[in-house]
Design a protein around this ligand. Structure first.
Ligand code: KIV
Ligand code: NA
Length: 275
């Protein structure tokens, strides 16, 4: 299994880090088999798995449940789990209790927190306690209400500089990687050059130290909101729908089950029953 040391070395070697979300055992198993370097149990599971409109309703219990399933499916891959909305914004002891659940109960290898300067102290305390931390800057979906929608961040000089400062501060506090979401590609390049830890981009151009995408977006599996930065590599929805429709048709036509799907009684036993 790769570790935080490998990810730092990959940045130094200019080898892009391929990260992907996964939420259950089969998706984790497929992600691992495909060779992803790092799996993210993202709170995007609220949208793609649970049908919510945003990540805000996602709970600690949701994150624990899905992390456990992912760990069972991908035993040899480094797994990062999101701390959900408001799980790291009151006291540090509450934050610590939540992190403890994700790591001890569910088996996460690291946790991810959204935010800039305002979470630097939390990052520092977690790292001091031995918790590998991933930051998340730019478009931070848990703050969608404050940001006023899912918009590109850091388009002008002032906000871009702020994001560079945030990233540097989070790295200095001890985070071993930072996700940068929905920012101009120029800023993605600058962040990767100026920040010492890997910058994992999502909608941040192709010069970041790595990329991350949402599983359902990559495979075209009923993802509710598909932003410009997504590339859908296959369209699994239509494959599934075709299979399911055929099943329904065959049930209605008594074409399923066919003889090869049926069991038989012992020779002539039915005669005794019905004879
Ligand atoms: O929850 C998630 O899937 C994420 C990625 C989009 C980075 O945070
Ligand atoms: Na997330």
């Amino acid at each position: 299994m790769k570790t935080t040391t490998h990810f730092l070395q990959m940045k130094k070697d200019h080898e892009p880090i391929a990260m992907l979300t996964a939420y259950d055992a089969p998706s984790a198993k497929l992600a691992e088999r495909a060779g992803v370097d790092m799996i993210l149990v993202g709170d995007s599971l609220g949208m793609v798995m649970l049908g919510y409109d945003s990540t805000v309703p996602v709970t600690m219990d949701d994150m624990v449940l899905h992390t456990k399933a992912v760990k069972r499916g991908a035993k040899d891959t480094f797994v990062v789990t999101d701390l959900p909305f408001f799980a790291y914004h009151s006291t540090f002891s509450e934050t610590a209790a939540n992190v403890r659940r994700l790591m001890q109960e569910a088996g996460a290898d690291a946790v991810k927190l959204e935010g800039g300067k305002e979470i630097v102290e939390t990052v520092r305390l977690l790292v001091q306690a031995g918790v590998p931390v991933v930051g998340h800057i730019g478009l931070t979906p848990q703050s969608v209400g404050v940001l006023g929608g899912y918009k590109v961040q850091g388009k002008d000089q002032e906000t871009a500089e702020q994001l560079v400062e945030d990233a540097k501060a989070i790295a200095k506090a001890g985070a071993f990687a930072i996700v940068a979401e929905c920012i101009p590609h120029q800023l993605g390049t600058i962040l990767s050059k100026q920040v010492t830890v890997p910058i994992i981009g999502i909608g941040a151009g192709n010069q970041t130290d790595g990329q991350v995408l949402v599983y359902h977006d990559v495979i075209g599996y009923e993802s509710p909101r598909v932003p410009k930065f997504v590339k859908q590599y296959v369209s699994i929805s239509s494959v599934i729908e075709d299979g399911l429709s055929q099943y329904v048709r065959e049930v209605k036509g008594r074409d399923f089950p066919a003889p090869e799907h049926q069991y038989s009684m012992k020779d002539d036993a039915w005669l005794t029953l019905y004879g």
